[in-house]
Structure formats: structure tokens, C-alpha cells
Write a protein that binds this ligand. Structure first.
Ligand code: HEM
Ligand code: NAG
Ligand code: NAG
Ligand code: NAG
Ligand code: NAG
Length: 474
């Protein structure tokens, strides 16, 4: 074979490659990607994105990127090309199109620890099956009959241990409360028992795994966390999730354990942080505490007259201003700041292209702190929620009413087919805790502390507070 023949044989594939490359290039060029900066190779801009910042702000990274590129920009995060969205419309579009255009896509570290069946990482039919079980288990009917009494019991257990003029970490107390509640509700484990304490230890190991790098080496928290919590599937009670799921579903034991783990994870960290945030915001807002106290005094008065002691669903429904405080806490504190998604098709949105396979991060916190959606977003102002409650007639608030309610700008619990399964429980926990808190205590910070986003929201010093007991004459 002469050199010429050899060349001629090679020519078609070379031409083909050349052609493909060009088509690829023009395709890339004709794509209208959002503006942005891809950062350094491999690590991209991840380090800047994950740098800790005050939880009541959007952080320097977001601020700089939004002012440079707008509310939708491209970046390179968590090892992948990414579209970041601080745009209310796009966020809603992403969440509503789950399974069609976008799909939940959490980093491997989370999927690895929670197990391959975990709800937070599952997609498609398996996700749907697990979701149905969780929703049944957290249904309004169960909330009224099972959960409300349990929430109050666990609240009183924690609060009654607070001595007059004592100082402690409020975040630890909130964690104790939500952990005990979930352990009881999911596995019928009672607080203080050896099993519960062991589970707590295991769980802490597991949490450390989530926030440390995903290196599956012996001795790392990640590896320890993978070792699954105790296979205690004997002596089950029908009242807890474990027993219920074994009886009423045909999920395997492995799947149920993963479901239990994801519920413990999803239901414990988030609601304890929101309670800590409420304690933090309230100590700085005496007029809010004043109005809360009036609302809860009214409830207690009525109960006293009726000769009742335990809170019931009607009492809960009367906590209207408390619901405003809860919404405002979630808006301003942003427990879950952004969600992890990826495009599963080539997507076009408002002139921009989002290529198939790219990561997409809807940043709900950026919308909650956007002055074009919330007037004076950096003010803790529960009254902003009062205007919008069911009032279509109130003219002063009609602007807020449209932008807050119908436009889905408020998404602390996500949205679409993956909307938080425990949102009602979380609000119930906050309300009942606030009820007994304002009726029995006043509190101040015992040391300076603030909520930081790591990006998991956390108080670096654990939110040290000093409490005083008081008694109201009713
Ligand atoms: C204030 C407290 C809470 C906040 C801010 C919160 C927030 C969220 C958010 C944003 C999501 C969506 C994640 C995504 O789309 O990728 C979610 C999902 C979920 N949450 Fe919550 N959550 C809270 C409390 C709870 C509680 C108390 C439980 C119940 C035990 C719970 C159970 C779940 C479950 C099971 C999912 C997965 C739903 C699914 O994928 O279908 N959450 N939560
Ligand atoms: C709150 O105060 C009332 C009345 O003083 C008391 O009966 C109740 O036990 C207190 N609750 C807690 C959690 O300390
Ligand atoms: C339960 O079993 C039925 C019939 O064997 C099957 O079709 C279904 O997919 C199973 N469901 C789950 C959640 O595994
Ligand atoms: C709180 O926000 C939710 C939306 O998540 C809304 O449906 C509810 O009406 C709000 N509550 C109040 C008291 O404004
Ligand atoms: C969102 O609310 C604004 C008013 O604040 C309104 O002009 C706009 O049309 C709304 N957008 C959507 C998508 O409903």
C-alpha cells in the first residue's frame, strides 16, 4: 500500500471527524447559554460557591454573579457544568417539570450514605412508591391524631428541663426535640433509652459523612455512616413507620431502612434549624414576641375555661399570627437554600438554552431575599404575611398578594412532584414549640452568634441563650 493509498483510506474518517467536530462546534456556538464564568478546570467555581456566609444574605458569590450576569448564569460547580437560577420563574419551571425536563440529582456523597433507595436520590416509579408511603405516614389525619400529641409531649420534655436563669445552646435543645420526635415516630424509640442514644451516636457519625468529602476509605465518617444503623427490624409496632411500612408495603427491608434513614435525615436537621432560627429572630424582635404571647394567651385562656389541657387541632388552627412568624422565619432564614437538579433534555427557557446533562441549581433563597419579590427582604417582618391571607379585597397588599402567592416566589419546601413531604409536620413542630416557649420563657443571646450557611445552615456556637421563666396570670 502506497502512502497515497494509505492517505486515501484514512481520508474519509478524518473528514468525518472534522465534519462532526465542526457540527459540534457550531451547535455549541448556536446555543444561547446564559452568561457566566466556568472558573478553573475540574473545581470550577465550587470553592467560591460553598464559602460560608451569613444565612440571612445570599452571600458574596451569588451577589457578585447576579450583578455581573443576571439572575440566571452558567458556572462549573460540583464537577459539572451548571446553570444557577435565582429567577423565580425558572425555579418554578424547573421544579414543575421534574421527570419531564429535569431530574433530581444529588451529589454522590448524599446518595451513598442514605443508600441507593433513598427518597432524596431516587427518581421515577421508585421515588413515587416511597413518596406515597411517606405522605401516608405524614398525612393530615395522622398529624391530628398521632403527631400533635407527640409533638407537644416532646416539646414539654425539652422545655421543662430549662431552669430559670440558665444558659445553654438552643440549637442543641432544638435538635434534641426534633430527633426524639422522629425516633419515636419512625421507630418507636423513646428518648433517653439506650437504643435511642445509640441511634443518636450512629446518626451523628452519619451526618458527619454528609458534610465531609465523599472518600469511601476505612475509618472515614463516610465509611462508618455506610455501615447502616442497627438492623433492628424485630419487635415492630404498627404505630411507627418501620412497622407500618413492613406491613403495608412490599418494599424490601433494605429499602425500608433507607426510607427510615432519609426521613430521619430530612425531618430532623431541617426542622431543628428552623426552630433555632425562630428563637434567634424572636430574641431580636420584642414586638413580635408580644403579639405571639397575646395569641397564645388567648388560646390557653379558652382552654382553661373549657377545662382542657392538651393542645388539639382547633387550638393549632387558632395560631394565625404564629403561622406568619413561621413563614417569615423560613423566608428569612432559608434552611434549604438551593436544590440539586440536572437537565434530562435540551431545554429552552426565555431565550436561553440549558443543554441536556447539565446540572441545574434552583436557588430558592435568592428569590426569598429578592427586593423585587419581597419588600425590604432583609427585615424580619411577620406582618408582611398577614396582608396576603386570603384577602383579594385588600388593596394595599394586592401587589404582595400576586407576587407572593400566585407566582410561587415562596418555596421553602421546594415544589412540584418532590415538594417536601413533611412540610405540615415541620410547621406543627414550630408552632407547638413556639406556643410553650413564649408562654413560659423570655430569652436573650448569652453570647454573640449568627446563622451561617455552610451551605447547611448552622449556628457556629450553637446559639447560646439565657432564659428566664415567667408565669402569666390567666
Ligand atoms: C422546616 C423544615 C423543613 C424544610 C425547610 C424542608 C425542606 C424540604 C425541601 C426543600 C425538599 C425538596 C428537596 C428537593 O426537591 O430536592 C424537601 C423534601 C423532603 N422533605 Fe422536607 N423540609 C423540612 C422538614 C421536613 C420534615 C419534618 C420531614 C418529615 C419527616 C420532611 C421530609 C421530607 C421528605 C420525605 C422529602 C422528600 C420528598 C420527595 O422527594 O418526594 N421534611 N424538604
Ligand atoms: C409553663 O408554665 C405553666 C404555668 O406556670 C406550667 O404549668 C408549665 O409546666 C410550664 N411549662 C413548661 C414547659 O415549663
Ligand atoms: C409490589 O408487588 C407488586 C406485585 O408483585 C408489584 O407489581 C409492585 O411493583 C410491588 N411494589 C413495590 C413498591 O415494590
Ligand atoms: C405561608 O406560606 C404558605 C405557602 O408556602 C401559604 O400557603 C400560607 O398561606 C402562608 N401563611 C400565611 C399565614 O401567610
Ligand atoms: C408575577 O407577579 C407580577 C406582579 O407582581 C405580575 O405582573 C406577573 O405577571 C406575575 N407573573 C406570573 C408568571 O404570574
Amino acid at each position: 500500500m502506497s502512502d497515497l493509498e494509505f492517505f486515501l483510506i484514512l481520508l474519509p474518517p478524518i473528514l468525518a471527524l472534522f465534519f462532526i467536530f465542526n457540527v459540534f462546534k457550531t451547535k455549541q456556538n448556536t446555543l444561547n447559554l446564559p452568561p457566566g464564568n466556568m472558573g478553573w478546570p475540574f473545581i470550577g467555581e465550587t470553592i467560591g460557591y460553598l464559602k460560608p456566609y451569613s444565612a440571612t444574605t445570599i452571600g458574596e458569590f451569588m451577589e457578585q454573579h447576579i450583578s455581573r450576569f443576571g439572575k440566571i448564569y452558567k458556572s462549573h460547580l460540583f464537577g459539572e457544568p451548571t446553570i444557577v437560577s435565582a429567577d423565580a420563574g425558572l425555579n418554578k419551571f424547573i421544579l414543575q417539570n421534574e421527570g419531564r425536563l429535569f431530574e433530581c440529582s444529588y451529589p454522590r456523597s448524599i446518595g451513598g450514605i442514605l443508600g441507593k433507595w433513598s427518597m432524596l436520590v431516587l427518581v421515577g416509579d421508585m421515588h413515587r412508591d416511597m413518596r406515597i408511603i411517606s405522605l401516608n405516614f405524614l398525612s393530615n389525619a395522622r398529624l391530628k391524631t398521632h403527631l400533635l400529641p407527640e409533638v407537644e409531649k416532646q416539646t414539654l420534655l425539652v422545655l421543662s428541663s430549662w431552669e430559670d436563669n440558665s444558659a445553654f445552646c438552643a440549637q442543641d435543645e432544638a435538635k434534641k426535640f426534633t430527633f426524639n420526635l422522629m425516633a419515636k415516630h419512625i421507630m418507636s424509640l423513646d428518648p433517653g433509652k439506650q437504643e435511642t442514644e445509640e441511634l443518636k451516636k450512629e446518626y451523628i457519625t452519619f451526618m458527619k459523612g454528609v458534610v465531609s468529602p465523599p472518600l469511601n476509605l476505612p475509618g472515614t465518617p463516610y465509611r462508618k455512616a455506610l455501615k447502616k444503623m442497627g438492623e433492628k427490624t424485630e419487635n415492630l409496632e404498627d404505630d411507627d413507620l418501620l412497622g407500618w411500612a413492613l406491613k403495608h408495603s412490599n418494599l424490601s427491608k433494605e429499602q425500608i431502612l433507607d426510607l427510615v434513614l432519609s426521613l430521619l435525615f430530612a425531618g430532623h436537621e431541617t426542622s431543628s434549624v428552623s426552630i433555632a432560627l425562630a428563637i434567634y429572630f424572636l430574641q431580636d424582635s420584642p414586638n413580635v414576641v408580644q403579639q405571639l404571647t397575646e395569641e397564645h394567651m388567648e388560646i390557653v385562656k379558652a382552654k382553661k375555661q373549657a377545662g382542657e389541657t392538651e393542645l388539639n387541632w382547633d387550638d393549632y388552627k387558632k395560631m394565625e399570627f404564629t403561622q406568619c412568624v413561621i413563614n417569615e422565619t423560613l423566608r428569612f432564614g432559608n434552611v434549604v437554600r438551593f436544590l440539586h437538579r440536572k437537565a434530562i433534555k435540551d431545554v429552552h427557557y426565555k431565550g436561553y438554552d440549558i443543554p441536556n446533562g447539565w446540572k441545574v441549581l434552583p436557588v430558592v433563597s435568592a428569590v426569598h431575599l429578592d427586593p423585587s419579590h419581597f419588600d425590604q427582604p432583609y427585615h424580619f417582618d411577620p406582618w408582611r404575611w398577614q396582608n396576603i391571607r386570603g384577602s383579594s379585597s385588600s388593596c394595599s397588599s394586592s401587589w404582595l398578594a400576586t407576587s407572593t402567592m400566585s407566582n410561587n416566589t415562596f418555596m421553602p419546601f421546594g415544589g412540584g412532584p418532590r415538594l417536601c413531604a413533611g412540610s405540615e409536620l415541620a410547621k406543627l413542630e414550630m408552632a407547638v414549640f413556639i406556643h410553650h416557649l413564649v408562654l413560659n420563657f423570655s430569652w436573650k443571646l448569652a453570647d454573640t452568634d449568627q446563622a451561617l450557611a455552610f451551605p447547611f445552615v448552622d449556628f457556629p456556637k450553637g446559639l447560646p441563650i439565657r432564659v428566664h421563666r415567667h408565669t402569666f396570670i390567666i
